[in-house]
Design a protein around this ligand. Structure first.
Ligand SMILES: [Zn+2]
Length: 69
């Protein structure tokens, strides 16, 4: 495995449309109501982060999630 060339983070897949009933928020970049919760990840300290993505301009933002349970 070659880990010497760490790629900058790439987005392998973006949602192309909002799911019906999905949470939507105004995007801080394009201002459209297109920011939607996307993937979860867990960091080394076991905090859970939710990545939000704007399906219009592909702005992404990570927010820490409450971990219950
Ligand atoms: Zn946007």
């Amino acid at each position: 495995m070659d880990v010497s060339r760490a790629n900058p983070e790439k987005i392998p897949w973006l949602p192309s449309s909002l799911l019906e009933g999905a949470t939507r928020e105004p995007c801080p970049r394009c201002g459209r109501l297109s920011l939607t919760p996307w993937i979860l990840r867990r960091d080394q300290e076991r905090h859970v982060w939710r990545r939000w993505v704007c399906i219009e301009c592909q702005f992404t933002e990570e927010r820490q999630e409450d971990e219950s349970g």
